[in-house]
Design a protein around this ligand. Structure first.
Ligand code: MN
Ligand code: MN
Length: 293
């Protein structure tokens, strides 16, 4: 049995748009750049290309591994030498692509080994992909190339299967062995996303990273909130996208319907690099949807 999405062209289109937004974000991540403006620029480029952001542009720096996006009034700027993860999502009618790269702001080479480890990790994982493969083999491949650079993969961050409007569907794609033993299916869409670190190899929760999502439809008693739900479904979003006072007030009142995400911080205070591609599992390999030609 295969499970190719019937709207495969939407998945390919979302992926190309996400990949272009990722590269735009990486190019514009220069010393002194406003993080708020960089996030807005990435998200606007996705909308201008005819898709929607599938989640806020994640711009986590240094020991932050994931789940930071600038807040509404953020004044943070990038500094020379920041190790910045540009993690970007786009969707076309619920067909989601998720992709990331890591840049050293200012173009230095202090973190070259970390960046290469993450990039080689995602490529090693992709080489293993084909229908029927145990996801543990992806974890083994990722772990092996990151160890070869004298670094650790972050064991408690995983890739994931993706379904329509569901960024983290049922299946985890590990970055180490011994985590899970599920098999890939032909036609499935998965994100492979290794994180390499010179720290402890695991994460802990930091502060609120300005990202939240609806747990469920809040129902008709809160029409403003329900309109926001119709817009975002259960995909993660940013308060930067809900700019009217009515929206802001509804989000405050409706907190019980919302899940908020803490920033994930490396437990040992290590620096973190990430690379991520969204991949279509085929009978004999993978179509890397977020790879630009
Ligand atoms: Mn992901
Ligand atoms: Mn991602």
């Amino acid at each position: 049995m295969t499970r190719y999405p019937p709207d495969l062209e939407n998945w390919r289109r979302a992926a190309r748009i996400a990949a272009e937004a990722r590269e735009l974000g990486a190019r514009r991540a220069v010393p002194g750049a406003s993080m708020r403006e960089l996030a807005d620029l990435i998200e606007e480029s996705i909308r201008a290309a005819g898709a929607q952001p599938a989640f806020p542009a994640n711009l986590s720096r240094n020991v932050e591994a994931a789940h930071f996006t600038p807040a509404v009034g953020d004044t943070l700027t990038l500094a020379e030498g920041d190790l910045l993860k540009v993690d970007v999502g786009a969707h076309v009618d619920g067909a989601v692509a998720d992709t990331a790269t890591t840049v050293e702001v200012g173009g230095g080479r202090r973190f070259e080994n970390l960046r290469l480890a993450a990039r080689e990790g995602v490529e090693a994982g992709i080489r293993v992909v084909q229908a029927g493969v145990d996801v543990n083999e992806i974890g083994r491949a990722v772990e092996s190339v990151i160890h070869a650079r004298g670094l650790k993969p972050i064991r408690d961050l995983c890739g994931h299967s993706i379904e329509r409007y569901v960024l983290h569907a049922g299946k985890s794609i590990p970055n180490v062995t011994g985590m899970s033993h599920e098999r890939l299916e032909e036609g499935e869409v998965i994100a492979i996303e290794p994180f390499a670190t010179n720290g402890a190899g695991s994460i802990e929760n930091g502060e609120f990273g300005n990202i939240q999502r609806f747990r469920r439809d809040p129902g008709p008693t809160e029409p403003v909130l329900q309109a926001l739900y119709r817009r975002f479904q259960t995909l993660p979003f940013s308060a930067r996208w809900a700019t009217s006072d009515a929206d802001t007030a509804a989000l405050k009142r409706g907190r019980r319907h919302l899940q908020s995400y803490p920033v994930f911080v490396e437990r040992g205070g290590g620096f973190v690099a990430q690379a991520e591609h969204t991949v279509l599992v085929t009978a004999d390999g993978a179509e890397v949807l977020t790879r630009l030609p």
